[in-house]
Design a protein around this ligand. Structure first.
Ligand code: ATP
Ligand code: MG
Length: 572
């Protein structure tokens, strides 16, 4: 079983992961007439998440790499939870990741007639039967891995009776749960999946594509391999939990294909699924977060969904780089979310323009600067990118700096603004702090400074050594903006391991802080469009939220400049 998917280090081509290696070997051996066709088979019952991205990168990626094709197939075999809203979002997200299925868009529901005919054939061949027992009874008879199962009392029904009952099941004569169609294989098999697996169950809810036509629906194991076969899929790549299903996959495909399986036969290969720290990937729980308004929607920037990551400011490339970093193996693992965060930080460090925004502003008055003078200072757009150029930022007598960047009585090694000391403004002059004024509650409401006119870049005084450079905006020219400071959604490392606790109690209470009166430089206010990404100097990477309107910009914090989580946790 697992053996034939093993990595063979001696033959391993450089740079290929073990799945790509298997595919390369099959191609080299001329299997399936030298064709490569993979598929990505989402069930349209939720939005795609970062785990799906790992599967997408594999399925589409290997086809792209080796000259094959990849189908998009909706695995829509259970009408109870499926919907076209999910179908549409899935297509959008795959395209956004940069993959294209071309004209190879398929639906398992398109195969319902063929699957039904195949089931009829198996009944006629004495290889399937209708069982009138409840699912509980059937489960009780399954046995255990070390103990054989018990045969159903309905196992030896005549072909005629089975045909009649199965057709009536599909005609809607029987209630849900009252009967199933089972494959007649072997109740003593070592592989539990061979113990007369269920092929069809009755579901009376209309299907979003086929409507009222069907009352019986195929189980995953009876639909997946055959759908692969109908489409000409050569490599059916999935996650490790399907390893024990593989013999059954092969069994049904062989029954279906008969002799022609010699020329073409799909092959299932499994890799480890993506699990991330501080993250839940269960679609059921993600849906619950949405339904109970614990997040703002599937695309809440804290969600691990593709649309959530997009809104958070992640780029397709950063997601792909992350997936390359963690790789594909045959062992389950829990990957560190800081690797994903590192990947977007690297991408944005290279690609995001630098701008000034003050998130927690306090006013500074430069007392020796003329009242009505304005100077335009050139600010570097991106020192990491040659030719990124500069933009202009206005400077005048009143500016804002971060409240945290000032202390009246600082500890040692505080190299920011404090009375009697000098500090440099990013892209601007050196200031000497002369004092501050406070409101009735003792909060600083204004800081006073003088500036040294000889210290702009290019002037002799600019070489003067001053510890500490602050970001700032002109108080007269800046605009207000809303800033949403996002953090990890869960406060524990492995929320799915805490089975004793309701997962909703594990949510990080500080995963969102909203600041409504951040001050942004005019250049940013003028040019920011939804999904644009910026580095706010000294603060982090931010992305323009689609909630933004004319005159009211909303920024989402994608990630801070440095990984501060470990430090914060220690403090807490
Ligand atoms: P379920 O089947 O429980 O509804 P699912 O997450 O498996 O949930 P599917 O829509 O069936 O959802 O997934 C489509 C494909 O994505 C499958 O081939 C599955 O193996 C793969 N996939 C899902 N979750 C992950 C994950 N965390 N890591 C890697 N691949 C995943
Ligand atoms: Mg699945």
């Amino acid at each position: 079983m697992a053996e034939n998917n093993e990595i063979r280090p001696n033959e391993e081509k450089k740079g290929l992961n073990f799945v790509q290696q298997i595919v390369a070997d099959d191609l080299a051996a001329g299997k399936n007439g030298g064709r490569l066709n993979t598929r990505f088979p989402p069930e349209p019952n939720g939005y795609l998440h970062i785990g799906h991205a790992k599967a997408i990168c594999m399925d589409f990626g290997v086809a792209e790499m080796m000259g094959g094709t990849c189908n998009l197939r909706f695995d829509d075999t259970n009408p109870q939870k499926e919907d076209t809203e999910y179908e549409q979002s899935i297509m959008r997200d795959i395209r956004w990741l940069g993959y294209d299925w071309g004209d190879r868009l398929y639906y398992a529901s398109d195969y319902f007639p063929k699957l039904y005919d195949f089931a009829i054939r198996l009944i006629k061949e004495g290889k399937a039967y209708v069982d009138d027992q409840t699912s509980e009874q059937i489960a009780q008879q399954k046995g255990t891995p070390t103990q054989a199962g018990t045969e159903s009392p309905f196992r030896n029904r005549s072909v005629e009776e089975n045909l009649d009952l199965f057709q009536r099941m599909n005609a809607g004569e029987f209630e849900e749960g009252s009967r199933v169609l089972r494959a007649k294989i072997d109740m003593t098999s070592d592989n539990m999946h061979f113990r007369d697996p269920i092929m069809y169950r009755i579901i009376k809810k209309p299907h979003w594509r086929t409507g009222e036509k069907w009352k019986v629906y195929p189980m995953y194991d009876f639909a997946h391999g055959q759908s692969d076969y109908f489409e000409g899929v050569t490599h059916s790549i999935c996650t490790l939990e399907f390893v024990p299903h593989r013999p059954l996959y092969d069994y049904f495909v062989r029954e279906l294909a008969g002799e022609s399986a010699k020329d073409y036969c799909p092959r299932q290969i499994e890799f480890n699924r993506l699990n991330l720290t501080y993250t839940l990937m269960s679609k059921r729980k993600l849906l619950q977060l949405v339904k109970e308004h614990l997040v703002s929607g599937w695309d809440d920037p804290r969600m691990p969904t593709i649309c959530g990551l997009r809104r958070r400011g992640y780029t397709p490339q950063s997601i792909k780089n992350f997936i390359d970093t963690i790789g594909y193996t045959k062992y389950e693992a829990l990957n560190d979310i800081s690797l994903l965060e590192h990947s977007i930080r690297e991408d944005l460090n290279k690609n995001a323009n630098r701008v000034c925004a003050v998130i927690n502003p306090v006013k500074v008055v430069i007392t020796n600067y003329p009242e009505d003078k304005v100077e335009m200072l050139a600010m570097d757009n991106n020192p990491e990118q040659e030719g990124a150029g500069t933009h202009q930022m206005p400077f005048c007598r009143e500016i804002f700096i971060e409240r945290d960047d000032f202390m009246e009585e600082p500890p040692k090694k505080f190299f920011r603004m404090t009375p009697g000391k000098e500090v440099r403004l990013k892209g601007g002059y050196i200031l000497m702090c002369t004092g501050c004024t406070k409101d009735a509650d003792g909060n600083v409401n204004e800081i006073q400074c003088t500036y040294d006119p000889d210290t702009l870049s290019g002037m002799p005084g600019s070489m003067r050594k001053v510890k500490g450079t602050l970001h700032w905006v002109s108080a007269r020219h800046c605009q207000d903006a809303e800033v949403r400071l996002y953090d990890r959604l869960f406060s524990v490392e492995n929320p799915s391991a805490e089975s004793e606790t309701d997962f909703r109690e594990l949510l990080n209470p500080d995963s969102l802080k909203v600041i409504t009166n951040a001050k942004i430089e005019p250049y940013l206010a003028q040019m920011a469009k939804p999904e644009d990404k910026f580095q706010f100097q000294r603060i982090g990477y931010f992305c323009v939220d689609p909630d933004s309107t004319d005159g009211h910009l909303v920024f989402n914090r994608t990630i801070g400049l440095k990984d501060s989580w470990a430090k914060e946790q220690k403090k807490a």
